[in-house]
Design a protein around this ligand. Structure first.
Ligand code: ASP
Ligand code: SER
Ligand code: ZN
Length: 628
């Protein structure tokens, strides 16, 4: 994820930053009658100034809270968040007064819309509401950060347990213990807070003229909110057959590995057997599903790093020079890719201010995020990196945010954002798609003799599909659940049941054990207590293939799409930068067109990429009864 100040754990979250000193905002009050376009311009200028100043200050506070969770930093973060919420709501109400003024410029109109729509968690203007909302939001996020689970009775923090879920060395009983302890310890205590948070945010959304908070979230895509919901459904239907084929194949392999008692041949898959705490990406269990012989890949990026001596910092390592040494080197590979296509190196401060690994002696939010604290060039990442393949990809993901942030840093404050939030999430991922065997040779991680030959293409594609295709229904359902919570169709008493039902409906997975009535499993996934809208990741999963396909075309690549790496290609970098530098200044189809030539988001590039695999999976699945 990326952290935009306001939407940082902060309830305030404008879709961008927002700030303005109250005095300045009041300098341009909307007149009681017939406001003019010039007054609207003055209001925007004041709001941008106030929001910009607020965001830099709030980012610093959030950074300290995220990297040093205590009662005091929680209190400071909640206070700052409340200030941001109140400011954002004030701007939204003010912006509404100007929306129909004749003669508004394109930019003023666009910025007024942003101010009206862009609050992740709005609060009503009632005194105390913003404070209560931000106290809850901070408490939820910090509880997640401090969350623990167990393995063989030993207590593990979030990043450690996530890494263990990705190891193939455990028994089903151990996966079950990790899954259950994490969901019980982290999720369950959050329920009452989440109920209250939804109530307050909904009251805030209604005051701003939206039906509920979910409707507000759907309004940030340069189209009618209902059309956006329809678009996500159309995209899902386009890619769903690919997911269904993968699900069927993987279920069969898990049955072969574990036997009927653990994983039946039919029905849903047990959620804890897929190599990931949330069953959202399955790449870690690739060795269990790898095609025998011809398609087997023969390498794993994490193992390649380990073979070069990379090793995760031991929690007990005391020498500051050694702590994070290898993890930092992993980031150098990411920077190297961006440099090779023409982006300037990261600022020196990136290397001194980034949190590369979990600190030894304090609680932090380990979930990875990218920041631009001064909204200019104070780029940083906060991660609890491990030497493994997941984190190698996540590094590229996070760096994508940082390079995007820098590319648009000259724009006016309200445009300091992605074309939409899905774009922001897709940039780094589209770079990571270029981590091909040949690229690994180029950066000297893979022995040229070990490059998988063309007959291993199915293995390469399957490895990617385990992460990319497996994610699609997960990326969709998180917000379908929240949309339901916010619009009232999912009642507090049914929060967990609705969650489990949706996990079954979309992903075809079930918890390893029946869930207790008071469970709150959604809380065990960062973005729920962190209040980060999630449809962005669904969009990004699709967009990244469009970006990648476009880049490969610019690079003149002729072979199979998944073998293309545009490492070193300056023409790609130039075109990519042209899109990134637009920030949020134009509707997203304009940005998409600049890089890809198309104005439509579509699953076609993803389907093209995986076409040979789809055919192969369907052959493997012949005679099986697929579905659940
Ligand atoms: N950036 C990822 C996400 O957006 C972080 C991760 O993969 O852990 O939340
Ligand atoms: N980074 C997002 C997550 O961790 C999407 O992959 O959920
Ligand atoms: Zn991200």
């Amino acid at each position: 994820m990326k952290i935009l100040v306001s939407r940082l754990a902060v309830a305030a979250a404008l879709s961008l930053c927002i700030s303005a000193s109250p005095a300045l905002a009041e300098a341009a009050p909307a007149p009681a009658a017939a406001p003019t376009a010039a007054q609207a311009d003055a209001f925007i200028a004041a709001a941008e100034k106030e929001s910009y100043d607020y965001v830099t200050e709030a980012s610093r506070i959030q950074w300290v809270n995220n990297t040093f969770i205590t009662e005091d930093t929680d209190a400071l973060a909640a206070q700052s968040g409340a200030k941001g919420t109140e400011m954002a709501v004030r701007f939204a109400l003010e912006a509404a007064k100007y929306k129909d003024v004749p003669g508004l410029s394109f930019d003023t109109k666009r910025k007024l819309d942003m101010l009206r729509n862009g609050i992740v968690l709005p609060a009503p203007t009632k005194p105390g509401a913003a404070t209560e909302l931000n106290e809850i939001a901070t408490r939820l996020q910090s509880s997640y950060g401090k969350g623990k689970g167990t393995l063989d009775g030993k207590v593990l923090n979030g990043s450690d347990i996530e890494a263990e879920m990705g190891e193939l060395t455990h028994t089903p009983a151990e996966y079950q213990e990790m899954w259950t302890s994490w969901h019980d310890n982290v999720g369950k205590p959050m329920k009452a807070d989440y109920v209250r948070l939804a109530e307050i945010a909904n009251a805030g959304a209604r005051e701003l003229g939206f039906a509920d908070t979910g409707a507000m979230w759907r309004s940030g895509y340069d189209m009618a909110p209902d059309d956006f919901a329809k678009l996500t459904e159309t995209l899902w239907q386009q890619v769903k057959p690919l997911y269904d084929s993968l699900h069927c194949y993987v279920r069969g392999k898990l049955n072969e590995k574990y036997g009927d008692a653990v994983q039946a041949k039919t029905g849903p898959i047990r959620a804890d057997l897929l190599g990931n705490m949330w069953a959202q990406e399955w790449g870690n269990i690739y060795p269990l599903v790898a095609p025998k012989g011809a398609g087997d890949l023969g390498y794993d990026v994490g193992d390649l790093l380990k073979a070069q001596g990379f090793v995760s910092t031991s929690p007990s390592e005391m020498d500051p020079a050694k702590r994070g040494f290898w993890e930092k080197k992993m980031f150098k590979y990411g920077e190297g890719f961006f440099s090779s296509i023409g982006f300037a190196p990261l600022p020196d401060t990136f290397w001194t201010r980034t949190q590369f690994i979990a600190p030894r002696d304090r609680e932090v939010i380990c979930h990875a995020s990218a920041w631009d604290v001064d909204q200019k060039d104070d780029l940083r990442i906060k991660m609890c990196t491990k030497v493994n393949s997941d984190d190698f990809t996540t590094i590229h993901h996070e760096l994508g945010h940082n390079y995007y942030q820098r590319a648009y840093n000259k724009l006016s404050p309200l445009y300091l954002n992605g074309a939409n939030d899905g774009f922001h999430e897709a940039i780094g991922d589209s770079i990571a798609l270029s981590i091909t065997p040949q690229y690994l040779v180029d950066i000297k991680l893979l022995d040229p003799a070990k490059v998988p030959s063309a007959d291993k293409d199915i293995g390469l594609l399957l490895r990617q599909a385990m992460d990319k295709v497996a994610f699609l229904p997960f990326g969709l359902l998180i917000d379908r659940w929240r949309w339901g919570v916010f619009d009232g169709s999912i009642k507090p008493a049914d929060y967990n049941k609705a969650w489990t039902d949706m996990r079954l409906k979309y992903q075809g997975i079930v918890p390893p054990v029946a869930r207790p009535d008071d469970a709150f499993d959604p809380g065990a996934k960062f973005h729920i207590p962190g209040n980060t809208p999630y449809t962005r990741y669904f969009l990004a999963r699709i967009l990244q293939f469009q970006f990648y396909e476009a880049a490969c075309k610019i690079a003149g690549w002729k072979g199979p799409l998944h073998r293309c790496s545009y490492y070193g290609n300056k023409a790609v970098g130039e075109k990519l930068n042209a899109m990134l530098a637009m920030g949020a200044s134009k509707p997203w189809p304009d940005a998409l067109q600049v890089y890809t030539g198309s104005r439509e988001i579509s699953g076609k590039a993803m389907l093209t990429y995986f076409a040979p695999l789809k055919k192969w999976l369907d052959q493997q699945n012949k005679g099986k009864s697929c579905g659940w």
